[in-house]
Design a protein around this ligand. Structure first.
Ligand SMILES: [Cu+2]
Length: 484
């Protein structure tokens, strides 16, 4: 631990942290833009580090302070710090950013240090933490440290606990990370706008020593649930939207742009998932049972844990799930609200299943050559059609798997369990190779005639000759709300 009073001794851990940071940034191919600052400036403010790449950066192994097993932020990164007279110093910069939400789709958001969400902040229980927050937004802001125990004046609610940070100014927050756990940070100033624009980040406080309710894990992932309303072809979210969002993302990424969760068979896996959207998300993991091992309130007592395969994460909540990854394969992991696993354009479309449009389409195509009917046989066709979509639009449902289109978007990713994944290696092992005879396949044997009650009026069932005449046409209302 660095407790020296000598200012000159600061440079060594600082350089070490930077060297490691540049090192891990290099491994994943991302470039890091670190502002060149003089030693004088360094003594005043921690180095400003930004991350232009949307890739998951490998965990940032601590080079100073107490040791811990760092987390991997999905499609994100951990903010390097400097140790100064025993205090961990971070520098957050609130600023407009361009976020690649999926390949081929960029959004103009607000975030921190070049990304939305901002970088994950990782500290150890008992650490004194000092965070410089520079405001490069066109309006004032503040930072609220969701879930932390801290002095009231550090809680970040503009007007109530502090003055707003004006554009161009830097404020300093300082407190001791008293409780181990998973937290979040976000503005508490013009919140509706600033959160709709993507301003948020994760915070992890590791336990100082062995904790009876916090088990060491082999893989530790963290990400935030967020949502945006960006019209197809547009770049900037609509900030007035209350519920009717059209993009549902994990760390401001949409499937197939969300990295997979790559683990070794037998690993104890933890996922820290915070919800900063305006609706709840039932997060479902295939092939395994997990337990909720903690919330923003802290570790869950053992007696209060039970096996689940889906856990609902309400608005403003964090859920920490844990399981042993003991089943080999590529397992889907997603929000169970089906509209949250598709991107823009899947919404506000009338149901057309079972309706023949041939005549109508021809007539319309004389006027609009590119017109086509969506969803006459269900929506799966949409993944294969080369339908003209506006530029800079995330496809509605996509993602190529080894067997074809995965037909998903939004809040969807894959848990990849492998027996040859090296310990601590988070890299993508590719698609699972199934042992022979373990994949569902077409049945080609003899077909039996389905048994039908041939119209006999021996039961209460509706006679078939009468049922045959009934036809219904159902259209979903155009302006339905699917946020809830
Ligand atoms: Cu959801």
């Amino acid at each position: 631990m660095m407790t020296s009073k000598q200012p000159t001794s600061e440079s060594q851990p600082m350089l070490e942290a930077r060297r490691r940071f540049l090192q891990f940034a290099g491994v994943s191919g991302g470039a890091v833009a670190a502002a060149a600052v003089s030693p004088v400036a360094m003594a005043a403010l921690p180095e400003l580090v930004t991350q232009p790449s949307p890739d998951s950066m490998p965990p940032l192994v601590p080079s100073t302070g107490r040791d811990y097993n760092p987390v991997l932020t999905i499609n994100g990164w951990t903010l390097p710090w400097r140790m100064r007279e025993g205090v961990k110093e971070f520098h957050l910069v609130a600023e407009p950013v361009v976020r690649e939400m999926a390949p081929g789709f960029k959004a103009h958001l607000w975030g921190y240090n070049g990304q939305s969400p901002g970088p994950t902040i990782e500290v150890v229980e008992g650490d004194r933490v000092r965070i410089y927050v520079t405001n490069r937004l066109p309006e004032h802001t503040s930072v609220h440290w969701h879930g932390q125990r801290l002095p009231n004046g550090m809680d970040g609610v503009t007007g109530l606990n502090q003055k707003a940070i004006p554009p161009g100014k830097t404020f300093v927050y300082e407190f001791v990370a008293r409780r181990p756990g998973t937290f979040m940070y976000h503005p508490h100033a013009d919140e509706m706008t600033q959160m709709a624009m993507g301003m948020m980040g994760s915070w992890v406080t590791h336990p100082r020593e062995k904790h009876p309710l916090i088990e060491p894990v082999d893989r530790d992932f963290c990400f935030l649930l967020n949502s945006y309303d960006i019209e197809p072809g547009a770049y900037t979210p609509k900030i007035m939207t209350m519920l009717n969002f059209n993009l549902w993302s994990w760390n401001s990424r949409l499937f197939p742009g969300i990295d997979s969760f790559n683990v070794r068979k037998g690993d104890r896996v933890r996922m820290r998932i915070g919800n900063l959207t305006m609706t709840n998300h039932p997060i479902h993991v295939h092939g395994h049972e997990f337990e909720v091992s903690g919330t923003d309130g802290g570790p869950t007592p053992k007696a209060g844990r039970w096996p689940e395969v889906t856990t609902d994460i309400a608005v403003g909540q964090m859920r920490q799930i844990e399981f042993i990854a003991d089943e080999l394969g590529d397992w889907a992991m997603h929000c169970h609200k089906s509209h949250h696993t598709m991107n823009a354009m899947g919404h506000d479309v009338p149901t057309m299943i079972g309706v023949d449009h041939q005549g109508l389409t021809r007539q319309i195509q004389e006027l609009l050559p590119e017109y086509m009917v969506m969803g006459e046989r269900g929506m799966a066709d949409m993944t294969e059609m080369a339908m003209p979509i506006p530029e800079n639009t995330a496809p509605m449902m996509t993602g190529e798997g080894p067997f074809g289109s995965v037909e998903m978007g939004g809040m969807f990713s894959v848990l990849k369990v492998r027996d040859n994944q090296p310990p601590g290696d988070y890299s993508n092992p590719g698609w699972y190779e199934h042992p022979p005879g373990t994949v569902a396949s077409e049945y080609t044997g003899a077909m039996a005639e389905p048994h039908r009650d041939a119209g006999k009026k021996t039961s209460s069932a509706m006679p078939l000759e009468q049922a045959a005449d009934i036809e219904v046409q159902i259209r979903k209302p155009r302006s339905h709300q699917h946020g809830g």
